[in-house]
Ligand binder design. Sequence first.
Ligand code: BTN
Length: 270
Amino acid sequence: MNERAPLDAELVRAAIRARVSGHAAPVVVHATTGSTNDDARALAREGAAHGTLVLAEQQTRGRGRSGNPWFSPPGENLYASLLLTPQSITPATAAFSLVVGLCVAQVVERACAGRVRAQVKWPNDVLVADRKIAGVLIEGSASARGASLVVGVGLNVGTRAFPPELGGVATSIAEELGFASDRNPLAADLAVVILEAWPAFEAAGLAPHAEELARRDALRGRRVRVDEVSGVAAGIEPDGRLLIEGEGGVTTRVVAGHVELLAPLTAGPA
Ligand code: BTN
């Protein structure tokens, strides 16, 4: 295990091929790029194969949801975009980001030999000890060549000093374990679990993942606010909507938004 090893396309590709029979798609590694999601989309327009994986040592325009920048310093973390080529993309496809969150949580726990517990924060964050270790950005598009879905994952592996705005909010494998994992096997493991999860999701949506989703749900039972809706998070619907039970017993099903965790209710004076 070499925590300082550079990303190596051949190593990653061989590790994926060893686990996914018939896998022939390429792995592309950039020293520096704007955004691996943009690279994967460009490859999709050129007809790249299902399972093509784009990795970068550094991103200069890494992006998260809602146009937020994604912290992407060189040589430390995993910036990965996996290209899937579905039959079609529908509004239901968005819920795949929750499945990818579960995949990332499994990969993180394996890399940490079970010494950390990873949870999913609806709709696209992976948390360890309530701090964000990874984010998922899924982008679909259609061209004359057909539909494509780019699954972007930013996983904090080696960063030990985050910029002030991420202090206390973000964490990494190195912060949790005391040392970073080798990113090559990590990238391969991530690609394999996502590739394996996709056909089941295409066939049956979130249903096969309901139990694991409930077990890893970082929000369940906690006071939250999404835009103007606040209440207690009460789980995730089979279609991916977040359930929020409001004070008056009114349940709201939230399709999209940023979840703010509110302080827990404390008992008032007697
Ligand atoms: C989020 O939490 O808001 C999602 C973050 C997704 C970041 C990854 S890094 C690899 C890929 N390329 C990007 O520009 N974004 C995704």
